[in-house]
Design a protein around this ligand. Sequence first.
Ligand SMILES: Nc1ncnc2c1ncn2[C@@H]1O[C@H](COP(=O)(O)OP(=O)(O)OP(=O)(O)O)[C@@H](O)[C@H]1O
Length: 381
Amino acid sequence: MYVSHLSLHDFRSYPNVEVPLEAGVTAFVGRNGQGKTNLVEAIDYLSRLQSHRVATDAPLVRAGAEQAVVRAAVVRDGRTATLEVEINAGRANKARINKSPLPRTRDLVGLVRTVVFSPEDLTLVKGDPSDRRRFLDDLMILRAPRLAGVRSDYDRVLKQRNSLLKTAGLARGSAREGALATLAVWDDHLAGIGAEILSQRLSLVEALKPYVGKAYETVARGASRDDAEITYKPVVEPVEATASVDDLRQAILAELARRQKDELDRGISLVGPHRDDLLLHISAGAERLPVKGYASHGESWSFALALRLAAYDLLRADGDDPILILDDVFAELDSQRRVQLAELVAGAEQVLVTAAVPEDVPAALAGARYHVKAGEVTRGE
Ligand SMILES: Nc1ncnc2c1ncn2[C@@H]1O[C@H](COP(=O)(O)OP(=O)(O)OP(=O)(O)O)[C@@H](O)[C@H]1O
């Protein structure tokens, strides 16, 4: 799949911009702060309805405007569809396909599939478990968009359960008994939806494993440790990757019962997939080390790249070539990793690269070039 035309209206720094695109590699080159990332961020937003840079939509709407519009013509198997999202400051967003409104905006998710490499990726390795959970959930939703609904149901249940825990923790006597009875209902909700998310994440990690190992070996070619491994670490244990959703639900319920006092004391939910982590290890021979805290800067970068490449390979194995976005990433890498990454992605159906200077775009990624300066996007040589 590839985007053949991008139109932005009041998105980030752009009042209006029209950018014709093509399959293959396109590089956006320009000095800092000129609007290169804003262009690729818009395409990524169409894919996931989330930005890789900010958690909320407000910064995406041009300062002073009420609404941003991102529209893209997307070509898949020779057929073109126009996807559009209207981002409204303080109101619900709207989505359209070929000008027809979609009943739910989130039905747009996954129709364009993107994999973004960016300097922020280092947080996949060095950041909190929430960064790694987000990585898994985003990928899971791109592969099965209906899970966007499951995840938002989970977030809603979690919020309500947390507020109930706070009330119940403070209540005494019959008020406490009443609150605990209501809590049992929310335990069931949390365990039911949580088990579905847990099951999906476990099978996603199983599917990703071989790709991560292979990608790391390639990116870290010549390094002393070239074996990379990912392991899903749930708060409920022991959990087999092959456990049924019902087994997982029972495991969550049992752990909720065991930790109830703790939860009431602290007023937050301590059990469920929102507390899980994805463990990352590198090894050489029998020596196996956690990446966080042990890996060098270069090894951490290699692992982050391997996770993104694995996501790309997995989506590709599903039968659809996602759009690769390499946002300002080459300036972060040493020359060997630059060349390796460029060679690995050069064959993708569409690769969009942003770089501050032309020399940052590796030779293997020759293709169309745009200059971006003060919001003007012009085709160059
Ligand atoms: N909501 C907004 N309204 C107006 N301008 C915005 C908005 N959000 C971001 N900008 C502006 O957009 C510009 C940043 O654009 P962008 O992040 O695409 O830069 P870039 O060319 O990728 O730069 P770098 O190479 O530094 O990453 C900044 O000048 C910023 O002030």
